[in-house]
Ligand binder design. Structure first.
Ligand SMILES: Nc1ncnc2c1ncn2[C@@H]1O[C@H](COP(=O)(O)OP(=O)(O)OP(=O)(O)O)[C@@H](O)[C@H]1O
Ligand SMILES: [Mg+2]
Length: 470
């Protein structure tokens, strides 16, 4: 397979074939006798370089040059011209031709010109690859090995391929919605364009429209004299991340809807329609369906922003990913704070697994940051992590008999005691695990089905009886 593809476009067969014969050992060559044919095949054979006669029948070389440059500006074009056609040559150079050669063609000279042009292309390609590598290296690192995260990453990989399909990311606070938005951008065809993030909740309600869409000069008092570009325009050919999309006011909702439907908008105070190609990724931890039911959010906007929806699971739904995160953040903050903590001790790891992460990954990250900063070492303990308050149950499990009263001569009601102890711990476990039975079972070192059975028997049944008695 040859590295470069060349088109030769000339209505004179001798010229087409004369050039082709001399260069086809080194390059893949296609010849055409009209500009129209060459243009039709541009997308098919993807040339790097076009040798283009100026005086063609039908569409002439100058027009064809403009078309080629409009379709693919990176293709280099060498014009072929008769000596007396020098005015046209000037016009071609103005329109982006790389070089020109004069008939009758000197093969040696042409070969040097082609080689130089291809050298330029090679350098451009190398530069582009370097730039792309650089950008990809800055790509965010998305941690997670659980099945749910694998599935989400696979889905992101697919949906990111389109440059403009709107994507809505939903999930609890701290689950990584912004990181996912940035991952989508980096995996999309827009990755070399800008990633602009805006928190809709942080912009005052009456400024959101002008921030998003920009404004013309004199649009309102206090406006910058020359007017201002909006964030949508700034995100052209890239990604606009609208965080907290649930906080958009009704006017801004209507305008955003129009933009998503038609790809067009008006600046505040403007009368000219603006067109911008960008991808809108939105995120929220609010329940938009509930807001729609209450009449505070537009249903049609939800359909538009959520052509693709991604539901990010809470940290507690990601199994042992919590340990992966803990280790990742430990290394990260070890490096940042120049500390050398060796890891997290067994007891602390156990508690991290059962803790209820209402602030999700952000809460875990903050917890580890604080612990790495203040721990004595060598490894992080329950106290370093501030998890002491969920520790007593486990501590007692380590030495259960120590907490029991000795048997007195009056004896004890062992069954009643067992019953009360079960009831106490089952209720506490459910409270600590915020109603999640699997985690509550882990806290008591029981299998989930055993926990469920005994919980029903000891707590729920008891509660029902109490209610009935009342
Ligand atoms: N999978 C992940 N890998 C690495 N870091 C993560 C991951 N998920 C979240 N984080 C980190 O956790 C923190 C919170 O993530 P992010 O800001 O993306 O959450 P969010 O869902 O946008 O939260 P909010 O709803 O509060 O805006 C950030 O520091 C982020 O880098
Ligand atoms: Mg966020």
């Amino acid at each position: 397979m040859k590295e470069y593809t060349l088109f030769i476009v000339d209505d004179e067969r001798t010229i087409r074939e004369g050039i082709a014969v001399n260069i086809e050992d080194d390059y893949t060559v296609f010849t055409y006798k009209t500009a129209e044919e060459a243009l039709e095949n541009l997308g098919v054979h993807d040339p790097d370089l076009v040798l283009l006669d100026i005086g063609l029948p039908g569409m002439n070389g100058i027009q064809a040059l403009k078309e080629i440059k409009a379709i693919r500006s990176d293709i280099l074009v060498i014009m072929i011209t008769a000596y007396e056609d020098i005015n046209s040559v000037i016009e071609c150079m103005k329109n982006g031709a790389y070089e020109y050669i004069i008939k009758p063609i000197q093969m040696e000279g042409l070969e040097v010109t082609i080689a130089n042009a291809l050298q330029t292309i090679r350098l451009r390609k190398e530069l582009k690859t370097l730039q792309e590598d650089q950008i990809r290296q800055e790509m965010p690192c998305f941690i997670g090995e659980s099945q749910v995260i694998h599935d989400i990453m696979g889905y992101i990989e697919m949906v990111a391929k389109s440059p403009d399909t709107p994507i809505l990311i939903q999930g609890e606070t701290g689950t990584g919605k912004e990181l996912i938005a940035s991952t989508i951008h980096h995996r999309s065809p827009n990755f070399a364009g800008p990633f602009i993030a805006v928190n809709c909740a942080a912009i005052p309600k009456d400024l959101i429209e002008s921030e998003l869409f920009g404004y013309e000069k004199g649009a309102f008092s206090g406006a910058v004299a020359d007017g201002k570009k909006g964030l949508i325009e700034m995100a052209a050919k890239g990604t606009l991340f609208l965080d907290e999309i649930g906080d958009l006011n009704p006017d801004a909702q209507a305008k955003l809807l129009r933009f998503l439907e038609e790809g067009e908008f008006y600046k505040v105070g403007g009368t000219t329609r603006q067109k911008v190609a960008t991808r809108i990724v939105s995120a929220t931890n609010k329940n938009l369906d509930e807001m729609i039911a209450k009449g505070t959010y537009r249903k049609d906007l939800l359909y538009r922003i959520g052509v693709v929806k991604i539901q990010v699971p809470s940290l507690n739904e990601r199994g042992d990913d919590v340990l992966l995160f803990a280790d990742y953040f430990l290394q990260m903050f070890n490096e940042k704070f120049k500390r050398a903590l060796t890891g997290i001790n067994e007891e602390a790891l156990e508690l991290l697994k059962v803790y209820t992460w209402s602030g999700n990954v952000r809460e875990l990250r903050n917890m580890i940051e604080r612990a790495v900063l203040t721990a004595k070492g060598p490894s992080l303990t329950v106290t370093d992590l501030g998890l002491d308050e969920i520790r007593p149950e486990r501590a007692m499990a380590g030495d259960p008999l120590a907490a029991l009263p000795p048997l007195s001569p009056a004896g004890i009601d062992l069954n009643a005691m067992r019953f009360h102890m079960d009831k106490l711990y089952f209720s506490q476990a459910m409270a600590l695990a915020k109603g999640n039975e699997t985690r509550a079972a882990r806290l008591l070192n029981l299998k989930p089905h055993t926990f469920r059975y005994q919980y029903k028997k000891n707590v729920e049944a008891q509660e029902t009886t109490t209610k009935e008695n009342c």
